[in-house]
Design a protein around this ligand. Structure first.
Ligand SMILES: Cc1cc2nc3c(=O)[nH]c(=O)nc-3n(C[C@H](O)[C@H](O)[C@H](O)COP(=O)(O)OP(=O)(O)OC[C@H]3O[C@@H](n4cnc5c(N)ncnc54)[C@H](O)[C@@H]3O)c2cc1C
Length: 380
């Protein structure tokens, strides 16, 4: 029999993350949205309460979450604020290549330092001329003796100017093109690295992004993750693991907007009745509730399939990412619509939720690119 209920351990995860979100994220989300500053106090508190680095194995200082448990956690962060949530979850994205392909020695050193310093990390794949087209990456990391020399430019990198470590993807043999794409994990303060500019953006404003320049950056040979030429595979396997997290956070955002607008609508009297007696409003709420439920079931299935290794992970994680983030865009837009002028006002959080939802459709592969992953899978 299929069972859609959470067991005791899973419920405890939800309660723990929900409680943290209630105490730390919800009271501060409008402030960080306004300031567009990295929420260090919240990240440090997440370390103190051990709710960061969920996916890192327990013996290395993390929570040892599987993909399903990580999704439960991300949904709660997303319920509070996807911008603040991504400040925490971007570190998971950045450390996943290490988790997948680094040696035990590398993992011990890097995770140990990250946890001791209560630090965050960044994942640097995108370049000015290589967004959706990862195979267009031009940055190079050429081996010279016991070092690699890194040159190039990255764009839109989350956590970049606050990171302790950066996972960088670069070509180790430009003549072989993307077949030589390799992954490296490097200290962000290595000479030759310049954070060019911070992005000013529409939503998820608590998270920070930079353009990064690498000019003759000397990095030790043991910065390489896995082997030379494995970079593309490592990047794609990373997304297979993390896209369900983006989807889950989007569901949290949608649930938050739905609950807020529903509560408001029940108390809004027009034409002598609460507006929820009007089908134009109540059907909108019905669609919002239904779509959130459907998206959640897809995320749960993708996460379950991953953890039990029973199905194609790329297909389901891509499906869940674009479906849930599209649902979040529709639900948050409808939440603003239901609340009329109030919805558009910064006195309420739904306009922020709508701005935040837009970004989830763009990063970790745009929703068009995720549809491409699904169509390739179902047509092969
Ligand atoms: C706030 C923010 C945070 C980010 N954080 C990170 C990060 O931490 N690390 C990182 O490496 N990157 C990060 N990114 C980059 C993000 O992953 C890219 O923006 C995204 O992959 C799209 O690339 P692009 O912006 O160059 O758009 P483009 O690739 O130029 O796409 C433009 C349009 O063309 C469409 N398109 C492109 N190719 C296809 C195709 N084959 N089929 C159909 N449609 C297509 C796209 O869907 C889009 O609509 C971030 C971006 C933003 C905005």
């Amino acid at each position: 029999m299929v069972d859609f209920s959470l067991d005791k351990h899973q419920q405890e995860i939800v309660e723990k993350y929900r409680d943290f979100t209630k105490r730390w994220i919800i009271p501060n989300r409008m402030k960080y949205d306004e300031l567009a500053e990295f929420p260090w106090d919240i990240v440090k508190a997440a370390y103190d309460e051990k709710i960061i680095n969920g996916a890192i194995p327990k013996e290395l200082g993390g929570n040892g979450f599987n993909i399903f448990e990580s999704a439960l956690a991300s949904e709660e962060f997303g319920y509070g604020c996807t911008g603040i949530g991504i400040c925490i979850d971007a570190t998971t994205l950045a450390l996943t290549p290490t988790f997948l392909s680094a040696t035990e020695e590398q993992k011990k050193k890097i995770y140990g330092e990250m946890i001791e310093k209560k630090a965050v990390a960044a994942y640097a794949l995108t370049e000015p001329d290589a967004g959706s087209d990862v195979q267009g990456i031009k940055s190079t990391a050429i081996k010279h003796g016991d070092k690699y020399i890194l040159n190039g430019q990255k764009r839109f990198i989350t956590n970049a100017d606050v990171a302790e470590y950066i996972t960088v993807f670069a070509l180790s043999d430009p003549e072989r093109g993307s077949r030589s794409l390799s992954a490296f994990i490097i200290k962000a303060n290595t000479p030759g690295i310049t954070m060019v500019s911070r992005m000013d953006k529409m939503g998820q404003r608590a998270s920070v992004q930079n353009e990064i320049k690498f000019e003759n950056v000397e990095i030790p040979a043991d910065s390489l993750i896995g082997r030379e030429g494995e970079g593309f595979l490592i990047a794609m396997r990373t997304f297979d693991r993390t896209r369900t997290g983006v989807a889950a956070a989007a569901i949290g955002n949608a649930r938050s907007a739905y609950e807020y607008s529903k509560k408001w609508a029940k108390n809004r009297i027009q034409f002598g009745h609460p507006i929820t007696v009007l089908e134009g409003v109540s059907f909108m709420l019905a669609d919002m509730a239904t779509e959130i439920e459907a998206a959640k079931m897809l995320v749960w299935e993708a996460a379950w399939a991953f953890d039990t290794k029973q199905r194609s992970m790329s297909k389901l994680s891509a499906m869940s990412k674009y479906f849930a983030t599209d649902v979040a865009m529709r639900v948050t837009t409808n939440a603003v619509q239901i609340m009329g002028g109030e919805g558009y006002s910064k006195e309420h959080p739904v306009e922020k939720m709508m701005r935040d939802a837009k970004l989830s459709q763009i990063y970790e592969g745009t929703n068009q690119v995720n549809r491409l992953v699904v169509s390739k899978n179902i047509l092969k």
